[in-house]
Structures are given as C-alpha cells and as structure tokens.
Design a protein around this ligand. Structure first.
Ligand code: HEC
Length: 213
C-alpha cells in the first residue's frame, strides 16, 4: 500500500502536476503532523513551530522545488536589513579567544537549558574557522583566513569599515544579504548578545586571531 502511494506521488511530480498546490498541501500536512507530535517543555514552546514570513516564503518555494520569487527575495532582504541593530556603543570588537569558545559551543535553547542563560554560537557545525579545529560542518563556506582574504590589516581603519559592517549585519540577520540563508539569525532572534557578537567579530577579522594566521 505504502509503495502504491509513493509511486503515485512520484508519477504526479514526474508529470509536473500542479506543483505549487501539491507543495502547499504537503506543507499543511507537515504542519499538522508537527503540531500533533510536538509538546511544549521548558522554554521550548509550541511557538517554535510558527514560521515567520521569511521562513514561510522560503520553505514554500523550497517545497515546490523552486527558488523564492525575485520580488519575495528582495522584500525579505530589505525587511531583514531593517532589523539589524548596530552596536549601541559603536564598538564592533571584543576578544577573539572568547569568540573561538563561542564558535565551538553549541549549547542553548533546548527545553532543559535554563531560560535566559547565554547560548553558544554553534559556528563549527556549519563552517571551518580556525585551522586547529578539524571537526566542522560544511553547510556554510570556510571562514578560515576570513579577514586576511578580505585584506583586513587594521580592524579600525576606514578601508576595513565596509567588511566590518557587512560581517556584523550578516551575524545579526543573514537574510539581509541572502533571503533564504540557512544560517541562524543570531542577533535578530536574540540567540547571541551584542557582547558575544563582538567576540565573534574579533575571531573572524582581527589579524591576531588564529583564523587569520
Ligand atoms: C546552520 C548552519 C550555519 C551556522 C550554525 C552558522 N552559519 Fe554562517 N553561514 C551558513 C551558510 C549556509 C552561509 C552561506 C550562505 C549565506 O551567505 O547566507 C553562511 C555564511 C556566513 C558568513 C558570510 C561569509 C561570506 O563570505 O560572506 C559569515 C561571516 C558566517 N556565516 C559566520 C558565521 C558565524 C560566526 C557563525 C556562528 C556564530 C555561523 N556563521 C553559524 C550557515 C551557518
């Protein structure tokens, strides 16, 4: 029986039958299954299943096997850019050693974590960063030599300013530059504090950081 259903579905998609309708009902069915099988526990409430506009537009496009429409992508980028909060004291940098610790640390936000406690950045799950860490994911590009490759020799110089601002904005809300980015929105979703983001900025951009050796 199962086989018949999946064969029928495979034929439908092979024939290109209303792809979007199919994706929308598949999406609704998925939401129903998720809602039925998740339960709220600790800080992990049912609100975790609610998609915001950007998530919804990107996952609907993805489910129908398409990239998001140009106008939706532009809208997501623009509205995401507006969410970026710049450092309140005008300082973009902290301590790269603490940045490395945060990049290594994937803790936080699970039902058993204390609500309000600081989270890790989980960066190595998706990126190569310092060369000494050989265990990393490859969903995102390598960030080894991030500052060096972009010619940053003095983080406080006027020439470094555009890359400094881009990197801060990217960490705050990656969708400001890439509408359907799969990178977490660390600042926008209050996953990391401004102080933590500054440590990560130093890790990526400081010429003294192991990343740029
Ligand atoms: C779930 C995977 C994931 C995690 C976790 C993640 N990233 Fe990313 N990141 C990506 C992907 C995918 C890209 C490339 C697509 C894009 O630009 O959005 C990216 C791009 C970037 C870029 C831009 C690179 C460029 O050349 O423009 C920077 C900087 C970055 N990530 C830093 C970090 C830092 C720092 C952390 C940890 C705080 C982190 N990322 C955590 C997936 C991730």
């Amino acid at each position: 029986m199962k086989k018949t259903i999946s064969t029928a579905l495979a034929c439908m998609s092979a024939l290109g039958l209303p792809g979007i309708l199919q994706a929308e009902s598949a999406d609704a069915a998925l939401q129903k299954t998720l809602t039925a099988s998740f339960r709220a526990e600790g800080q992990a409430g049912m609100d975790r299943l609610v998609q915001d506009e950007a998530n919804r537009l990107c996952s609907q496009a993805d489910a129908s096997g398409k990239t998001v429409r140009d106008e939706d992508a532009a809208h997501i980028r623009q509205s995401s850019f507006k969410t970026i909060a710049w450092p309140t004291d005008g300082q973009f940098f902290g301590d790269f050693k603490l940045g490395e610790k945060l990049a290594q640390d994937g803790r936080g936000k699970t039902w058993s974590d204390k609500p309000g406690s600081e989270n890790g950045g989980n960066c190595y799950n998706c990126h190569q960063i310092s060369q000494s860490e050989i265990s990393y994911g490859t969903l995102g590009p390598s960030l080894y030599n991030y500052g060096k490759l972009r010619g940053v020799s003095d983080i406080n110089s006027a020439t470094a300013k555009p890359i400094v601002e881009y990197t801060w904005g990217k960490l705050w809300n990656p969708r400001a530059f890439n509408a359907c980015s799969s990178m977490p929105r660390f600042g926008h979703n209050s996953l990391l504090t401004q102080a933590q983001l500054k440590h990560l900025m130093s890790l990526l951009l400081d010429p003294q950081s192991p990343v740029n050796q």
